[in-house]
Design a protein around this ligand. Structure first.
Ligand code: SF4
Length: 360
């Protein structure tokens, strides 16, 4: 039986139940979800599904990430609410593609873990499957593992197995509406071009969940704990020095009073200047290198190959700025001495971060 898989929280429980109900059947997982955005989130969910299938001894096939085709299908339905017409198209498309894969592999029976998700309509899935079966000569296996306290059991399974629990369905349209309703900054769809791993980003979660697998290999017990913290994103920043743009690097947690500021950089020593109101520190790259222990040859190089945020934060400590400091620290190739225009668009917001804690 080919089992279309949407995520590990749904699939682990579902596959355990299927194994019990169909002990003689060979189950093959099929991860086909071009509806998951951004791609890093897709990678993270796939990674967790691989781990889950490994634990259950189930072969897994990864489907194509045909995002463009998925987008074409839902065109015009972007503003639909969750459980609306866009979701209907999204389930139908994934189910149809799963049926096609079953046919290609010569497998007669297929099903989907979407059946166990409380957010999805079983009736709708059944109706689509009926149509597919008639057309393709396949057999959709309908099971209801939600009933009889199944949803609660599923949640306990996810906890026991330490599965990755995403907090949105999958697509960018549903996600942006959800974040708007929650009044939460939509940082999932932002990732820096320089591939810096930002706090509480999907990339950071991938690192945490990969590390978890290393610990499991070495039989080290661990816990994933959620912590609240103050997050930061630099959305856009640059400076003009004496009316010309110059390469600049804004240190993490740099904030300014306004998005655009005109000030004067006044040298304090050979390595740094302060703005006329002393609210901004202009640091030469040389001083940045001394404080961080790196050897960047230019700010351009630093911008393309940034250091880890945790390491950069130590720089604030070394400058004795205190734990709650959000002074803008701007790194430039040369010492600034004169008129500077600063553009900085940033967000400072409450967020939740997953930390891996080893238990010994
Ligand atoms: S909200 Fe979920 S089910 Fe609906 S279209 Fe987006 S990814 Fe698909």
């Amino acid at each position: 039986m080919l089992v279309h898989i949407c995520c590990s929280v749904d699939s682990h429980f579902f596959l355990e139940k299927l194994k019990k109900e169909f002990p003689k059947e060979k189950l093959i997982g099929y991860f086909y979800d071009p509806n998951i955005h951004p791609y890093s989130e897709y990678v993270l969910r796939l990674m967790d599904v691989k781990r889950s299938c490994n634990r259950l001894g189930i072969e897994l096939i990864e489907g194509e990430y045909d995002l463009e085709e998925w987008l074409k299908r839902v065109k015009g339905l972007e503003k639909e609410p969750e459980k609306g017409q866009r979701c209907r198209v999204c389930f139908d498309y994934r189910l149809q593609k799963s049926a096609q894969m079953a046919k290609k592999l010569g497998i007669k029976r297929y099903t989907t873990t979407l059946l166990v998700s409380p957010q999805k309509s079983q009736e709708q899935l059944k109706a689509t499957a009926k149509e597919i079966d008639r057309r393709e000569g396949l057999e959709f296996v309908f099971v209801d593992y939600r009933k009889g306290g199944g949803t609660q059991l599923q949640s306990l399974t996810a906890k026991r197995e330490k599965l990755y629990r995403q907090d949105y369905c999958g697509c960018m349209f549903g996600l942006s509406m959800q974040r708007e309703e929650q009044n939460i900054f939509l940082d999932e769809m932002i990732s820096p071009v320089n591939r810096s791993v930002l706090p509480a980003s999907i990339e950071e979660r991938i690192a945490v969940y990969s590390k978890r697998m290393e610990l499991e290999k070495d039989a080290i017990d661990y816990k994933i704990v959620k912590r609240r913290f103050l997050n930061y994103r630099n959305l856009r920043s640059f400076i003009r020095y004496k009316k010309s743009p110059v390469p600049s690097h804004f240190v993490f947690y740099s904030t300014t009073r306004r998005e655009y500021l005109k000030t004067k950089a006044l040298p304090v020593d050979r390595y740094h200047s302060l703005s006329s109101r002393e609210e901004t520190i202009f640091l030469t790259l040389r001083r940045y290198n001394q404080l961080t222990g790196y050897r960047f040859e230019s700010v351009k190089e630093l911008s393309f190959f940034p250091i880890e945020i945790e390491k950069e934060l130590k720089l604030r400590e070394k400058l004795e700025l205190g734990p709650y400091d959000t002074t803008a620290i701007i790194v430039t190739d040369e010492l600034l001495n004169g008129e500077v225009e600063i553009y900085l668009l940033y967000r400072l917001y409450n967020d939740v971060r997953e930390n891996l804690v080893t238990l010994r």
